[in-house]
Design a protein around this ligand. Structure first.
Ligand code: ZN
Length: 185
């Protein structure tokens, strides 16, 4: 990731466990700077409008043409709710009202944390951005399950559709084990 120290320009950086630390880090032996490679947060939303759910069709690799929920990396200086709202706007052109967290899951192999909110349509403002081929509202019966690549996204949608009948939604947390996400109740 870093070849030269971003603080002092020293090269190369070292791998090791800094004194008093518990994990191996990239460190600079010249100035002592420690590079913390913490997991990245991906914020997204499951957006409902008049009983239909919003999916976007990926326009950029990986897996162009598959359908998924709008989601993306949180930026510095924003809250996770702002990140979810911004990603929805960028990928779908929709101004969504972010409601409550719905699914929180960790993917340790890729150092990612996903936080998916429930949301509802406030206004359809623009056409989707270049990362999206298409955006569609699906009735639960019309969801193209075979074209949704990520099992975790399918699990989230299935549960949401189940809960929709009763109108009460849980908040679920999970983690990837053996290649699939296991949600705890
Ligand atoms: Zn340095």
């Amino acid at each position: 990731m870093h070849l030269y120290c971003c603080r002092c320009g020293h090269h190369p950086l070292d791998h090791g466990v800094p004194e008093g630390d518990t994990h191996e880090r990239l460190t600079c032996s010249a100035c002592g700077h420690v590079y913390y490679d913490n997991p990245k947060v991906i914020a997204g939303a499951i957006i409902e409008h008049e009983g239909r759910l919003l999916l976007c069709q990926r326009g950029i690799p990986p897996r162009v043409g598959t359908w998924t929920l709008p989601a993306g990396f949180m930026e510095r200086g924003e809250s996770v709710e702002e990140a979810a709202q911004r990603e929805v706007m960028e990928e779908t052109g929709i101004d969504a009202e972010i409601l409550t967290p719905y699914s929180i899951f960790s993917v340790p192999p890729t150092n990612e944390l996903y936080i998916i909110y429930r949301a509802r349509l406030r206004e359809w403002r623009a056409s989707p951005g270049h990362e999206t081929l298409d955006v569609k509202w699906f009735h639960p019966g019309d969801i193209p399950w075979d074209e949704i690549f990520y099992p975790a996204i399918r699990q989230i949608l299935e549960r949401y559709i189940d809960e929709h009948a009763g109108g009460t939604y849980g908040i679920y947390s999970g983690s990837m084990e053996g290649g699939t996400i296991h949600f705890m109740r």
